[in-house]
Design a protein around this ligand. Structure first.
Ligand SMILES: Cc1ncc(C[n+]2csc(CCOP(=O)(O)OP(=O)(O)O)c2C)c(N)n1
Length: 405
């Protein structure tokens, strides 16, 4: 019988000490633990963000293999995908208390661990915060690495572009990981999602990836630079003219398989030697390794406790307020063709998923773009429509200025 590994991990140093051959087993044990703790196998479970965390297991292992928190800084966008990082940074024994009273916080929290340099719960905040830390480091003259992990949906947020507008002239050492799983909470939408998809499905990508994996097998760490240069050359020749990040002053690498620990590790080893801002585009699967989450990424983005074998959640006897709202609005729109509905990437949470089914032409998911959503609604109102803009109050904060422009 193989010896358990996760129970021997007390700090990132233990991850670094593991032989490479043990890492797939560690990844599997992390997945098993995520499912166990968030499901009803844990008697106190209140659920949590399962899908996003299952998708970043290999990424988080590779980051802790290469970088040294708390000296190096990890900034996770939204930070709902930080559970694996918590498991590796001294919080494994309290993991069963996730999101419970006096338990672990469901997001990163500066007061919870020295390994959490930045807490967040709102999307699109990582790049700007990370850039501030990079500039702080440069002003101080220290040499830590700043690694920012942002999902594909973070790039539907305007603020991410405000950060990108400032990176190239502000610092030379800045690592952005674009964790592209094609999902926001619902399927990611809009021109940017389409653009990432175009890169990921480029006909030469599959071939390039096979080659990259082969390089990793053949070459050891000291050749990582060579290897990455080959990836870069290959990708650049094929994709660079269309890679917007390059035009904004960030060297673009990828797309690479975000579940290949060896490839991620070698790539990070290389990226941390770079003296220019870089963006690594990785492709991951939300819910990786757990069939129910792969089948329903939307439901498993974040959920209450569930039955681990089937993924089933307890049926609710009463409809939610959001559900009633979405269905009622759809009913009104049956007889009033001026009604239109807008969500900022939250069709299920707001109940508008029901409106979308009934009136797809009058329904707009604008991405995580609350500011745009509010002004977009203003424009529709000017044209005589009756826009219903459904946004959780906490996410509305960033759009107040747009309500009274
Ligand atoms: C300003 C704001 N609006 C909406 C949300 C709700 N929300 C939480 S996570 C998420 C999707 C995040 O998708 P992505 O960044 O791609 O990460 P993934 O979960 O796919 O890893 C949304 C819309 C939020 N956190 N912040």
């Amino acid at each position: 019988m193989t010896k358990p590994i996760l129970s021997t991990i007390h700090s990132p140093a233990d991850i670094k000490a593991l032989p490479e051959k043990d890492l797939p087993q560690l990844a599997q044990e992390v997945r098993d633990e995520l499912i166990r703790v968030l499901s009803d196998e844990n008697p106190t479970s209140v659920g949590g963000h399962l899908g996003p965390n299952l998708g970043v297991v290999e990424l988080t292992i590779a980051m802790h293999r290469v970088f040294d928190t708390p000296k190096d800084k990890f900034i996770f966008d939204v930070s709902h995908q930080g559970y694996v990082h918590k498991l590796f940074t001294g919080r494994r024994e309290r993991f069963e208390t996730m999101r419970q009273y006096e338990g672990l916080n469901g997001f990163l929290l500066r007061t919870e661990s020295e390994h959490d340099c930045y807490g967040a719960g709102h999307a699109g905040t990582a790049l700007s915060a990370a850039l501030g830390m990079a500039v702080g480091r440069d002003l101080r003259g220290s040499d830590e690495n700043i690694v920012c992990v942002a999902g594909d949906a973070a790039f539907t947020c305007g603020v991410s572009y405000e950060a990108l507008n400032n990176v190239a002239h502000s610092t030379k050492r800045f690592i952005v990981v674009l964790n592209d799983n094609e999902w926001s909470i619902a399927k990611n939408v809009g021109a940017i999602a389409h653009y990432f998809n175009k890169i990921a499905t480029h006909p030469t990508y599959a071939h390039l990836h096979e080659k990259a994996a082969h390089f990793v097998e053949m070459l050891g760490g000291k050749f990582a630079k060579d290897f990455a240069a080959k990836i870069e050359a290959g990708v650049k020749n094929l994709l660079a003219p269309s890679v917007m990040f390059e035009d904004l002053g960030l060297r673009y690498y990828g797309p690479i398989d975000g579940h290949d620990i060896a490839l991620l590790t070698r790539t990070f080893e290389f990226l941390k030697t770079q003296n220019e801002p870089v963006l690594l585009h990785i492709l991951t699967q939300k819910g990786k390794g757990y069939a129910p989450a792969l089948e329903q990424p939307d439901k498993f983005h974040g959920l209450g406790k569930f039955e681990p074998k089937t993924g089933k959640t307890a049926p609710t006897s009463t409809p939610t307020y959001s559900e009633l709202f979405g269905k009622t609005l759809a009913k009104f729109a049956d007889t009033n063709n001026k009604i239109v509905a807008i969500t900022g990437a939250m069709p299920t949470g707001t109940g508008l998923v029901h409106f979308a089914k009934a009136h797809p032409n009058k329904y707009f998911d604008v991405g995580i773009a609350e500011e745009h959503a509010a002004l977009f609604a203003c424009g529709l109102a000017v044209e005589g429509f009756k826009p219903f803009l459904a946004i959780y109050s906490t996410f509305m904060q960033r759009a107040y200025d747009m309500i009274i422009p």
